[in-house]
Design a protein around this ligand. Structure first.
Ligand code: MN
Length: 249
């Protein structure tokens, strides 16, 4: 009897040790022929108990479908501007910098992830991409198109707060952070102009800039919570633990 109990205990221990977290894909960027991604994204996911994998930029839709089959969740990461043609505008000025194949790759990835109903978090460029995908538009160059005293392109360290955002009651973001306002970092020269139909704003800066929205199976933020979590600041960790939990189902 005793031997059986010890055996059962060993089986339980082995099961506990081999239990793995959900696999979370993170879209990557391209920089001079190299795939690029800040390690803050993968650090934040692993700190939250997920297994981060980096998805290469590719325009091969069959390959993207295969990647999505391997994933339990997807993060669309930050990066270059989306080509304004995707929301029916000409390029405004020289500040708008795009990489055509990354746009194609990210749109294929978003499309495949939505079809597979993967939990989806979109950060910065990712947030803007989701808005454009569902029919919204962007400010191409926020400083020249809007009047604001707020600096949205900070020079301070990536894990320090540059401006405050005000959270919408009833949003998932508000629920997760449990506060009405909070300081965030800011590294964007574009932002949502018209929000896609069916999406709900979750946060705004004092100048009205949309800093987060949710809907249609997506959770989107304009700021970079992963930079805080990666630096060991747990303020925004609930965003990632909740995401990993959703991806575990
Ligand atoms: Mn901002």
């Amino acid at each position: 009897m005793k031997r059986i109990t010890i055996f059962a205990l060993i089986v339980l221990l082995v099961a506990a040790c081999t239990e793995s977290g959900p696999v979370i894909g993170i879209s990557s960027g391209l920089s001079e022929g190299r795939l690029s991604l800040r390690d803050e994204y993968s650090n934040a996911i692993s700190r939250a108990g997920g297994i981060p994998v980096i998805i290469p930029v590719t325009t091969d839709s069959i390959l993207i479908d295969e990647y999505v089959k391997l994933l339990d969740g997807l993060i669309l990461s930050g990066g270059e501007d989306i080509q304004p043609a995707y929301y029916g505008e000409e390029v405004l000025n020289e500040t708008v910098q795009s990489i055509a194949i990354r746009d194609t790759s990210d749109i294929l990835l978003l499309d495949a992830a939505l079809r597979a109903q993967l939990p989806l978090m979109a950060i910065c460029r990712g947030e803007q991409l989701v808005n454009v995908y569902f029919g919204g538009s962007l400010f191409q160059d926020l400083p020249s198109q809007t009047e604001s005293d707020i600096l949205h392109s900070q020079t301070m360290s990536r894990s320090s707060a540059q401006h405050i955002i005000y959270l919408e009651k009833g949003s998932r973001l508000h629920e997760l952070l449990g506060v009405d306002s909070i300081g965030v970092n800011s590294f964007h020269h574009q932002a949502v102009k018209s929000l896609a139909e069916g999406m709900k704003v979750s946060a705004r800066a004092a100048d009205g800039t949309i800093e987060g929205f949710e809907g249609k199976g997506t959770f989107c933020v304009q700021f970079h919570p992963e930079a805080f979590v990666s630096a060991g600041d747990d303020t925004f960790l609930p965003i990632f633990t909740d995401f990993v939990k959703q991806a575990s189902r």
